[in-house]
Design a protein around this ligand. Structure first.
Ligand code: ME8
Length: 648
């Protein structure tokens, strides 16, 4: 089991129902930063990421796209892996829940929980949100049927199921969180978890029978119709990646030093996962770090809103390291953040360009002009002892900040020495020193700047690995465990060296580089006011274009159609409008259209109507049609267009 000198860092394993966006990149970049730091300080480090590929949501996503489920999972999983590889994410293992070793480990855990009496068979009846892959008691639903987390319509599930005795772990979990106040970071999130546990824990349904895209029960259970609940399957990845159930040579890394997650999945990690581990008689994770939510112009990002930010595009346009710095500096860990290009550009031009890049340029310029590029640290303390002391005290604060995941504070503190160096140039006026024959002091000043830049580049390395490596190469040293030991821990200085000239690191950015421009807040406000005004013009036929666009009209394909028995008018349709799941539409068109006239044809859907119930069935949209004395015709595109395309 893990010791002080070992670090085990994980990201969530991402669902393969969609490609990565900046939220996924954020978690992964934080984990990569921690892993790089851990390796640099000499710890035996294991960094795990991967993809979550089972469950009803994935099965349905594949079906909508007309793909075989495994092939679909292979395709999307590869897009995650490729992105992390392009981003240089330093993971040690990329796990997939469809890996056979993983499945074996999940089965082993199930058998162990069953053998020790924590698992029993019963019937489950209740509501299930496919999008969140979560069971909800009726008391938690909105308007008796909508998911309290994502707002989508839930499905009523009634089936035989195996249950995990979560209720048995209520007191043990409470004790764990009382005894370990920093088990959940930021600490403010701990109370949320404690309150939830105190509210009472129901036993958890951990198998499903109504679909089969999942890990089967162990053979000796002789119960073939069950597959594991996707969250049991998924959480187990943290153990199976270490060989649990197969080759356990890496199990030494268990338990995780930190499971990094978004706040959306805190309960699964802070309640289910520790309870499963207790049942398996294994130690609990040391920390769970739950970060906040990235939004765009204040709204949740989703494909249907068309406001998803592609991390590759941001990195290509603005530079990968700059993007990493921005994400980690801009938002306190645990808080929500709004992505805006303006904020990103400000960080690049100001923090990176002015404070860091210019300092290096000034050093290269001065030492080239006065000393042929040579830097000598010998006399720094003679002239700049106060500056050295202040820099040393800033560096001492850094590691504890990282331990608490206060990464934005870490970066803030790391910028203080840069301020010290920039100020020292301003008040020492090296050009006057040279004029007045104070060459020794001018060299000491260059030495101070070079050493500050070297130390900052070491501690910045985990966040901006490429940039820091470039700074170090200009300063003629390498960032590794021994330079960290020498310059940070032992607080030593660089030996005499010759500076290498490098191109400016942060060319100034004058305008937004991505086509999807941010809507400035003032403009957004103006639009909202206009919308309100137009709705006041009751009785007048004219509307503004904004008003028209309040109706979301989408193109979709009918992927399933059936007659509603006992109804002369209604057909029940499933329409793919480019979202994660098809929309169910109950349409009064049976007099004019049969099932075969509709299947695999395109229709126009009003996509933002409040869901309604028709003959007890929910309808989540309306079809556009035109009717005259000769009958009714659906409005359809002249030629096929992509599902989800906006009409207007
Ligand atoms: O939940 N802002 O997978 P998932 C910040 N498979 N982070 C975000 C984000 C946003 N807007 N959107 C997503 C699952 N994330 C499960 C996990 S683990 C055993 C199983 C990040 O693909 C954040 O880390 O829905 C969140 O927790 C994760 O993506 C959810 O990814």
């Amino acid at each position: 089991m893990s010791n002080q000198n070992q670090t085990y860092i994980t990201t969530p394993i991402y669902y393969v129902n969609d490609v990565a966006h900046i939220g996924h990149a954020y978690t992964t970049i934080i984990a990569d930063t921690l892993a790089r730091y851990s390796r640099m300080v000499g710890k035996d480090t294991y960094f795990l990421t991967g993809t979550d590929e089972h469950g009803q949501k994935i099965e349905e996503s594949a079906k909508i796209r007309g793909k075989e489920t495994q092939a679909y999972a292979d395709e999307i999983s590869a897009t995650f892996k490729n992105l992390w590889d392009e981003f240089g994410i330093s993971y040690d293992k990329f796990i997939r829940t469809t890996d056979s070793d993983h499945k074996k480990g999940v089965q082993k855990a199930f058998s162990k929980m069953f053998a020790n009496g924590d698992v029993y068979k019963d019937r489950y009846k209740g509501h299930y949100c496919i999008s969140c892959e979560t069971f909800f008691p009726k008391t938690q639903l909105v308007d008796d049927e909508f998911c309290p987390e994502c707002g989508k319509v839930t499905t009523v599930v009634e089936e035989e199921s195996y249950f995990f005795r979560l209720s048995n772990y209520q007191d043990k979990l409470l004790k764990h969180y009382e005894d370990n106040p920093d088990a959940i970071l930021p600490k403010s999130k701990r109370n949320e978890v404690i309150r939830f546990i105190e509210g009472g824990l129901n036993d958890l349904s951990i198998t499903r029978t109504s679909f089969d895209w999942g890990v089967k029960l162990p053979d000796d259970m002789n119960d073939e119709k069950h597959v594991m609940y996707v969250w049991l399957d998924a959480l187990m990845n943290y153990l199976t990646a270490l060989g649990y159930g197969d080759d356990e040579k890496l199990i030494k890394f268990h338990p995780a030093s930190i499971h990094l997650i978004g706040k959306d999945i805190l309960r699964f990690h802070a309640i289910y996962w520790p309870a499963f581990l207790m049942s398996l008689d294994l130690p609990l994770p040391k920390h769970i770090g739950a970060h906040g939510w990235w939004t765009r112009n204040g709204e949740k990002m989703s494909k249907s809103k068309g406001n998803v930010i592609n991390p590759r595009e941001v990195a290509d346009a603005y530079g990968l390291d700059n993007f990493r710095y921005f994400m980690l500096r801009e938002v306190p860990f645990g808080g929500d953040g709004d992505f805006s290009q303006k904020a990103l550009i400000d960080r690049i031009n100001s923090d990176l360009g002015n404070d860091l890049g210019n300092l290096l340029n000034r050093l290269i310029g001065m030492s080239g002009k006065y000393f042929g590029g040579v830097v000598d640290s010998s006399n720094i303390s003679k002239y700049f002892q106060d500056e050295l002391d202040s820099v040393e005290s800033s560096f001492k604060l850094l590691e504890p900040l990282l331990d608490e995941l206060q990464i934005h504070r870490y970066l803030e503190e790391l910028w203080r020495p840069l301020g010290v160096a920039n100020k020292a140039i301003d008040y020492s006026q090296p050009w006057n020193l040279m004029k007045n024959g104070e060459e020794e002091k001018a060299m000491a000043l260059n030495g101070l700047i070079a050493n500050i830049l070297a130390k900052v580049s070491i501690m910045l390395y985990p966040v901006m690995p490429q940039t820091s490596t470039k700074i170090a190469s200009a300063l003629n040293f390498e960032i590794n465990n021994s330079s960290w030991q020498k310059l940070i821990i032992d607080n030593n200085l660089l030996d005499v060296f010759k500076l290498e000239k490098i191109a400016p690191l942060f060319p100034r950015i004058e305008e937004e580089l991505l086509a999807t421009k941010d809507i400035p807040k003032a403009e957004k406000k103006k639009k909202e006011v206009k919308k309100e005004e137009s709705s006041k013009d009751e009785g007048i036929a004219l509307i503004t274009i904004d008003k028209f666009f309040e109706t979301s009209l989408k193109l979709g394909t009918v992927i399933k159609a059936e007659e509603v028995k006992k109804s002369k008018k209604l057909l029940l349709l499933q329409v793919d409008i480019g979202e994660d799941e098809p929309r169910q539409v109950v349409a009064g068109i049976k007099e004019w259209y049969g099932v075969d006239d509709l299947l695999n044809t395109q229709v126009c859907v009003v996509a933002n109507l409040k869901p309604a119930k028709l003959m007890g069935m929910k309808s989540e949209g309306m079809l556009l049609a035109v009717k005259d004395s000769s009958g009714l015709s659906l409005i359809r595109p002249e030629s096929p267009k992509e599902n989800g395309s906006s009409i207007g």
